[in-house]
Design a protein around this ligand. Structure first.
Ligand SMILES: [Zn+2]
Length: 281
């Protein structure tokens, strides 16, 4: 499933073709949205916002199109009249005079006014957004120390959209590696400086993945690595590298599966920590 940075990149792509352009044609596959097609024709898209893995297409009528791609949904952009070669089923089509933004396969789509957005069950449960430019490391450190989260394992927290929206599977492994923290560690087992490091690494990798389209390695490490067979790019410190050598210490990367999600770790760089029974003073 795409994570926050990939959803934001998709939003940027859609914004490029839609924002500021009048919609000439609007089409929904969902019967409950059919009546809105005429209302939105002629409207302008003012922004494409993201909240974690959800996207909000804002119209100048005050309505917003909420979409969550889950596992299968995918947005395409194209020149008007050129349809992507895909066997997926079309769910939403927004056409300007020159371009189209097309959503395929997603089923979680709704049209919301401001009040419905405030009351939306999924949006309401989301924590702050990983790519919110106002989110800083101090705020995130305080959130890690919050009693709602401090007693949970980092492996569980770092997939929880209620803790931080936009986190996902590769970011979880990569952030914990960079911070040198074991997946089983809980915030309450960590020192304040470890938590501050974790918070700043979380923001660093979220923004780096957005800028680099999903590469979490830093530039010097990336440049020092040999090319992979088949021209595939090196992307990650540990994710999807089971059995290979850690770039920092040479130990073998381990893989485990928790709740059907893959987790990768270097046990040397991310040693297990003693569990504390109380919050540190
Ligand atoms: Zn290592």
């Amino acid at each position: 499933m795409p994570e926050g940075p990939e959803i934001r990149l998709a939003a940027d792509r859609i914004a490029k073709v839609l924002v500021g352009q009048p919609l000439e044609e609007v089409w929904f596959a969902f019967p409950q949205l059919k009546a809105a097609e005429a209302r939105l024709t002629g409207a302008c898209v003012t922004a494409i916002d993201t909240r974690g893995k959800a996207m909000l297409t804002r119209f100048d009528t005050g309505l917003s199109l909420y979409s969550h791609n889950q596992l299968y949904g995918r947005w395409y952009t194209s020149k008007r009249g050129r349809w992507p070669a895909t066997t997926r089923s079309l769910r939403v089509a927004l056409h300007t005079p020159s371009h189209s933004a097309l959503l395929y396969s997603a089923s979680d789509v709704a049209l919301l006014d401001a009040a419905a957005e405030r009351e939306h069950a999924f949006l309401n449960r989301l924590g702050p957004d990983l790519l919110d430019s106002k989110l800083d490391a101090d705020t995130l450190t305080a959130r890690l120390q919050d009693q709602r989260f401090a007693g949970r394992s980092l492996a569980s927290l770092y997939l929880d959209q209620g803790f931080l929206a936009g986190l996902g599977n590769y970011l979880r492994s990569e952030i914990l590696f960079l911070s040198g923290l074991a997946p089983d560690a809980r915030p309450r087992d960590c020192s304040e400086s470890q938590l501050m490091q974790l918070a700043s690494d979380t923001l660093l990798l979220g923004w780096r993945s957005y800028r680099t389209r999903g590469i979490t390695l830093d530039q010097p490490t990336l440049e020092g690595l040999p090319r992979r067979p088949g021209g595939r790019r090196n992307r990650f410190w540990v994710f999807a590298r089971a059995g290979q050598r850690c770039y920092r210490c040479g130990s073998k990367i381990e893989k485990e599966v928790r709740g059907s999600r893959r987790l990768y770790r270097c046990s040397t760089c991310q040693p297990s920590m003693p569990r504390l029974s109380k919050v540190r003073p």
